[in-house]
Design a protein around this ligand. Structure first.
Ligand SMILES: *[C@@H]1O[C@H](CO)[C@@H](O)[C@H](O)[C@H]1NC(C)=O
Ligand SMILES: *[C@@H]1O[C@H](CO)[C@@H](O)[C@H](O)[C@H]1NC(C)=O
Ligand SMILES: *[C@@H]1O[C@H](CO)[C@@H](O)[C@H](O)[C@H]1NC(C)=O
Ligand SMILES: *[C@@H]1O[C@H](CO)[C@@H](O)[C@H](O)[C@H]1NC(C)=O
Ligand SMILES: *[C@@H]1O[C@H](CO)[C@@H](O)[C@H](O)[C@H]1NC(C)=O
Ligand SMILES: *[C@@H]1O[C@H](CO)[C@@H](O)[C@H](O)[C@H]1NC(C)=O
Ligand SMILES: *[C@@H]1O[C@H](CO)[C@@H](O)[C@H](O)[C@H]1NC(C)=O
Length: 837
């Protein structure tokens, strides 16, 4: 075509140019329901491709409130957009309508609005025009040659994992390409760029264990070696009945992979699950519940955020003090207020409020820079040891070196730190592992302890309008946060702060007692608006006003259908009261054990109550911001509403009452039969202690009587011992059933409940399932395998005074006497189990 430029009108020119443009690229958009981007197609704007079976979608997405867009893959059927893979992780685009994803020279390439390629599959061999990109139902995006459908894909997203390990994906070492495929966390929920945490296979040849690493260097968790069935440090894997796990080591590589087992898929064809490394550095296995439209957690590790190395970043300290676990050490403020407060991304750490004077070349002395003592801290790693045996000299050495940030003097040894302080852990006061670290601060930070809000404002004013807006949002947020912290009368959420007089009136001067426990008595009350309440008068509470209110407001923020709702509190001097919703059917024990004037619970109802209570505990353990261990699970603490829906009561008291709690707990009657052995052995208490108590309670659902009961002839019977033998020997389990039920129970459910109970009361907490596993087993989503006899089940409670353990390994008896030893020890009877070999 030749053009006479002079004689053409502009519209003609435009059409010709447009034609040239279209001819040059042959580009058309992808078909709406296609699973493929072919050689002459492109994807742009809100266009997507969908895998053939309608499982996954690929297209542009914006994470959270971010203004950036990325190419990613997410689930089609999961209503809460959940991205499992991101192409341009650290190279976002801003306008999805002028950006395109298309095949160019045999590569899949993402072009920005200015036609600049910013992400590509980066293959140099591929040139065929028959290359296409197909999204498969496993969530794998593969690049393949249409003319040759026998070969392996020439590129696949499964070889470029981001933070999600989907079934079928191989994480490990590929010997042919020499690449170690690993998972890396997102920076935070708004930024899919690689964060600091990764999960990777031990690079050592022949090794088959995985590490969690911080910044690809510092190891903070190890899976333990693969033994053919499980990783040795993940005993929970034995409770898996959903996946087929395999560790493969051959000439092609060493890797671990998993799939949902076909047997399970038959039962649950819609089952959707994923394994991720979270921006918080924890790995988590999650599954989507279509009925609840939410992700639920099977398992996660490390259990506590503070076990993640440097979770709070440089100069941040991790501890239980705040809801978020992270705080800045005194004299420091978050590096990015937006990330810290809004995104809960602490990896950026903290920065000084005031520059050190020595950095301005001012002579180092006590007037310029000084040290602030931070007690009860675990010291950072890799200090520099200095051979001085005098704390004053130790301090002087740090003061005279401007790069020195802190010193510690412990056991006559001087240590100094020269760089950022990482992985500080704030322990509770008086913790024997706590040390004191002296951190260098500008002297001016000592004179005015007030927070310097001007600097925040100053920065905002100096920046562009956009930043200004953002800054203002942050300031408003912070102001609000500070205000709720300091004004004593306001309490977060909908909690009502009652006056003592109001509660006195409501309860007619505490006249109608509903119950009494170790922590106080509960009274019925009626408010002026005629709503009925239960008021708990707390005893033995010696907590500061501020801390009390903080704890109460955090308990008040926990709401779930299977948890009793805290609706208010009263704090008048030493009088501390909690106000709860009233549950008209009282507590479970009265229905389960009392033979008179209470409703007899049939099997279906019992099963429903057991499941509901378990769901409430899952919420406490795994869904709340802080993991809450109930510590006192027993029928008295399972309340029933008018429809006999179970609600777990009294959670959060362990923290509210502090040290006093465990003292009270281990001495009150009627609680000890439910206590896990670690309460007595002094091991750390984890959520698995609740699992133990819950298991003990399950036995009572079956028998309809207390586990430990004296029969007419004075013999002490311990029902779990009897029941466990019956389960293990495969005897008639219906004979274990509460005789009042007259055999009216679903045998399948009965068997499941008994087996779950037996798993729950295993001695080693690692062998007990988590509460979410318990729920899945009770729901019948997963099968329950034959439990072993708890190694030291033989806890025997005699008159609630003595607790005896028999352990097979040592076959020695350790006797723990909680009250006084003078009560005749001859009364102690014990049963040992004949363990079938
Ligand atoms: C490319 O486009 C042409 C015409 O627009 C069409 O005939 C052909 O089938 C397309 N090729 C592929 C691989 O879709
Ligand atoms: C997606 O959900 C619909 C409706 O619930 C269901 O019919 C369909 O089978 C689901 N598809 C997949 C792939 O799970
Ligand atoms: C995102 O925006 C919504 C609505 O404006 C807001 O409620 C939410 O807190 C924001 N989330 C974050 C992480 O900023
Ligand atoms: C691709 O595979 C299908 C069936 O698997 C076969 O019918 C087709 O001929 C193959 N195409 C080529 C180009 O090999
Ligand atoms: C991570 O390690 C690299 C060196 O490998 C270092 O440059 C970087 O500063 C480290 N990141 C942090 C947050 O310490
Ligand atoms: C489990 O996975 C391995 C390896 O992928 C496979 O060989 C085996 O057949 C699978 N087992 C089941 C029950 O799916
Ligand atoms: C440490 O040294 C200073 C001066 O060098 C001296 O005054 C002080 O008594 C010493 N302290 C101890 C505990 O030895």
């Amino acid at each position: 075509m030749t053009l006479d430029i002079k004689n053409t009108n502009p519209w003609f020119m435009f059409s010709v140019l447009f034609m040239c443009f279209s001819l040059k690229f042959h580009v058309s958009s992808v078909a709406a329901d296609s699973d493929t981007v072919s050689a002459n197609q492109s994807l742009s704007g809100d266009q997507t491709i969908v895998s053939a079976g309608g499982v996954f979608v690929l297209g542009f997405f914006k994470p959270g409130n971010s203004s950036n867009s990325y190419i990613g893959i997410w689930y089609k059927n999961v209503s809460e957009q959940t991205v499992v893979w991101v192409a341009n992780r650290d190279k976002p685009i801003s306008d999805i309508y002028s950006s395109v994803l298309r095949i160019t020279n045999g590569n899949l390439v993402l072009f920005t609005e200015s036609q600049k390629p910013i992400w590509s599959t980066d293959l140099n061999s591929a040139t065929a025009s028959s290359i296409e990109a197909v999204l498969l139902d496993e969530g794998n995006l593969v690049l393949r040659d249409r003319s040759d459908n026998l070969t392996e894909p020439i590129w696949q997203s499964f070889d470029h994992p981001t933070n999600t390990w989907l079934p079928g994906m191989k994480i490990g070492f590929n010997k042919r390409t020499n690449v170690n495929h690993l998972l890396t966390s997102w920076k935070n929920e708004e930024d899919p760029a690689p964060g600091l945490f990764s999960l990777e296979l031990d690079p050592t040849e022949g090794s088959n264990q995985y590490f969690l690493l911080w910044n690809r260097s510092k190891r903070y968790w190890t899976s333990g070696a693969w033994n053919g069935h499980i990783f040795s440090s993940v005993p929970e894997m034995r409770f898996n009945f959903i996946y087929n796990y395999s560790f493969i080591s051959d000439k092609n590589g060493r890797y671990f992979t998993y799939d949902v087992s076909p047997k399970f898929l038959e039962k649950e064809p819609q089952f959707t699950s994923r394994f991720i490394i979270d921006a918080s550095g924890q790995i988590k296995q999650l599954y989507w519940l279509y009925s609840d439209k939410a992700w639920f957690q099977f398992w996660s590790t490390p259990r506590h955020p503070c076990q993640v190395y440097a979770y709070c970043g440089a100069f941040g300290s991790c501890g239980e003090q705040t809801q978020s676990f992270c705080g800045c050490v005194p004299g420091f403020k978050p590096n990015s207020e937006h990330n810290w407060y809004l995104l809960h991304d602490y990896s950026g750490g903290c920065v000084r409020e005031t520059q050190l004077q020595c950095e301005n070349n001012i002579l180092a002395n006590e007037e310029s820079d000084r040290f602030l003592a931070n007690p009860d801290i675990t010291l950072p790693e890799h200090p520099q040891s200095v051979a001085v045996r005098n704390i004053t000299k130790c301090k002087t050495i740090c003061l005279s070196d401007c790069s020195c940030t802190a010193y510690a003097y412990e056991g006559n040894a001087c240590s100094i730190w020269n760089r950022n302080l990482m992985n500080l852990q704030q322990l509770t006061k008086g913790d024997p592992n706590g040390k004191t670290i002296y951190i260098k601060l500008a002297a001016s930070d000592f004179s005015s302890p007030k927070k310097n809000k001007e600097t925040v404002i100053g920065v905002a004013v100096g920046s562009a309008a956009f930043v200004l807006l953002l800054g203002l949002v942050v300031i408003v947020y912070l102001r609000r946060k500070i205000r709720t912290r300091t004004t004593e009368k306001e309490v977060e959420g909908s909690l009502v702060a009652f006056a003592y007089k109001d509660l006195q009136n409501a309860t007619k001067n505490f006249s109608e007692k509903l119950g009494a426990g170790g922590f106080g008595s509960v009274f019925k009350g009626v408010l002026p608006d005629s709503s009925v309440i239960a008021v708990k008068k707390l005893e033995s509470i010696n907590q500061g006003e501020k801390q009390f209110r903080a704890e109460v407001s955090s308990i008040g923020s926990i709401q779930h259908v299977n948890l009793v709702r805290l609706c208010g509190f009263c704090s008048a001097g030493t009088r501390k009261l909690l106000v709860y919703d009233y549950m008209s059917n009282g507590s479970l024990d009265s229905h389960l054990f009392d033979r008179k004037d209470s409703k007899f619970l049939d099997w279906k109802t019992r099963y429903k109550i057991a499941l509901g209570a378990a769901r409430g505990l899952v919420y406490l353990h795994e869904m709340c911001r802080d993991c809450i261990i109930h510590c006192d699970i027993k029928p008295e603490n399972i309340l029933l509403d008018a429809e006999f829906h179970p609600k777990v009561a009294d959670f959060g008291l362990a923290k509210l009452l502090g040290r006093e709690f465990s003292r009270v707990l281990t001495t009150i009657r009627g609680t000890r039969g439910y206590l896990a052995p670690e309460w007595i052995s002094g091991l750390a208490i984890t959520a698995k202690a609740d699992v133990y108590s819950y298991g003990m309670m399950l036995f009572e659902f079956v028998s309809g009587r207390r586990n430990c009961e004296q029969s007419e002839d004075g013999e002490l019977n311990f029902f779990p011992t009897w029941a466990v033998n019956r389960i293990v020997e495969g005897g008639d389990i219906l004979s274990l059933l509460d005789h009042r039920l007259e055999g009216n129970a679903d045998v399948e459910e009965l068997s499941r409940m008994l087996k779950v109970a037996c798993w729950c009361i295993q001695d080693d907490e690692n062998h007990r399932p988590s509460m979410s596993q318990v729920v899945q087993m009770l729901e019948g989503i997963v099968d329950v395998t034959q439990p072993p006899v708890p190694r030291s089940l033989r806890i025997f409670v005699d008159n609630q005074e003595h607790i005896i353990f028999f352990t097979e390994s040592s076959s020695s008896q350790s006797t723990q006497t909680r009250k006084n030893t003078s009560t005749a020890s001859s009364q102690i009877k014990s049963t040992t189990l004949s363990t079938s070999s």
